[in-house]
Design a protein around this ligand. Structure first.
Ligand SMILES: [Zn+2]
Length: 229
């Protein structure tokens, strides 16, 4: 029993040491990022801050708990250029380096399979937008903070809260509250609305989960990430 406990402690120490790295994914020795906290009363970002510190000083809190190779640092992100992947009108965005290859492949797959039109993608965006509220401000990083999430076509794939529905449909979502983005209506806008039958879903669901299918009171129809949250 003791030996097993020691072995676990060693493994953890090794893993932590392995990610107490001096350089970012792009080789930089600094970590820079701009961050804010979501003000739940004003419904807007607040307390903006620009950080510039040695990469070696990145804390465990600044790393993705699901995969410490992703952090809030710009230097751990890779720029994705949709224009080179079949989407000339879509602006560049950033994702954590470890997801860049999968995201590029998915964008190319959707472009070549047709039937879905990507208009806008938001990836890396640092901010404390979830978790407990203290003094009207959210306190935990979103998965976008680590470059481990994408929002696609927010105008037609809103984030709904206060949901108590077994599955997604336009009728069911009408009982939820639209909090961010525009209403979800695949009948009205079949080419830009994400559904489980869309080519976009199939391409991204190969490696990530969709925020439309997560358990709980939120349906984040624009959102893909490793956990769906
Ligand atoms: Zn999102």
């Amino acid at each position: 029993m003791i030996r097993r406990a020691l072995a676990c402690a060693c493994a953890l120490a090794w893993a932590t040491a392995a990610w107490a790295a001096d350089t970012a994914a792009n080789g930089a020795t600094r970590c820079t990022y701009s961050t804010s906290q979501w003000d739940v009363v004003r419904r807007a970002p607040s307390h903006g801050q620009a950080i510039d510190k040695p990469y070696a000083a990145v804390t465990a809190d600044e790393r993705d708990p699901a995969d410490p190779r992703c952090s809030v640092c710009r230097e751990d992100q890779v720029r994705i250029e949709p224009a080179r992947l079949g989407w000339p009108h879509v602006a560049p965005f950033q994702v954590c380096a470890i997801y860049a290859a999968d995201v590029r492949t998915a964008l190319q797959t959707v472009a070549s399979s047709g039937g879905f039109r990507i208009e806008e993608v938001v990836g890396y965006r640092v901010g404390r937008t979830r978790g407990p509220i203290v003094d009207g401000l959210r306190t935990q990083w979103s998965n976008h903070s680590f470059g481990a999430a994408l929002d696609i076509n927010a105008r037609h794939n809103g984030l709904y809260g206060s949901c108590d529905i077994p599955a997604v449909s336009r009728e069911a979502l009408a009982s939820c509250k639209l909090r961010v983005g525009g209403p979800w209506d695949p009948t009205k806008r079949p080419n830009t609305t994400i559904t489980a039958a869309s080519s976009l879903y199939r391409a991204f669901h190969r490696f990530w989960r969709w925020g439309g299918e997560i358990a709980g009171g939120t349906r984040d129809m624009m959102h893909f990430s490793p956990s769906g949250y």
